[in-house]
Ligand binder design. Sequence first.
Ligand code: ZN
Length: 237
Amino acid sequence: MSTRVIVWGEFLQEKSQPEVAAIYPDGMHETIAAALRREPDFTVDTACLGQPEHGMSRERLAATDVLVWWGHRAHAEIPDEIVDRLQGRVLEGMGLIVLHSGHYSKIFTRLMGTSCSLKWRVSGDRERLWNTAPKHPITAGIGDHFDLPAEEMYGEPFDVPAPDEVIFISWFSGGEVFRSGATWQRGRGRVFYFRPGHETHPTYHDANVQRVIANAIRWAGPDATRRPRRSRPAFHG
Ligand code: ZN
């Protein structure tokens, strides 16, 4: 059976910043979705900010197996009622892949229960993503590392609860490190955070990044036999 995927994109900076539009003329969400549509076992649709119910009606979410989320400027514009709806679907078993600046999205901070803050620096640093879980389904087909020639820097500490699994650790040419791929389970739902994807870099055209997102969707899909889990207590220093 096909995995039903929605790629949600804020789709604001592509319309207001020419340097972003040059890389993602149809929007970042459409670039991400175009790569996923090459996977024969996925049915892929997109949604964005400003559509009725921001593209996340109850009916539509009920028919979604995995939601992929990229947001940056407009996290606050998602009404709490829709965040409640998303959280409910994750607890029921919908997978959630949160990308890059989505670390501050309402749904991710809600599911984590922490600030989800991190260090960051506007940069064109080289990023090397080390594969710390070589037998995990999310790293299928990925070598011991891959590089992105230019990315924004995110650094530790990343204020999230201890992940179930750390899938990637990034090193930046400026010296910082970051848990760039991490998993959690909430209720019956699987959550994967994946760091790369600053809007002024062509990161979602990268074959390794596309592969990780596709692998993560397969891993995060619902499984009616999965036992629900309560969140671990967050550890704050
Ligand atoms: Zn960014």
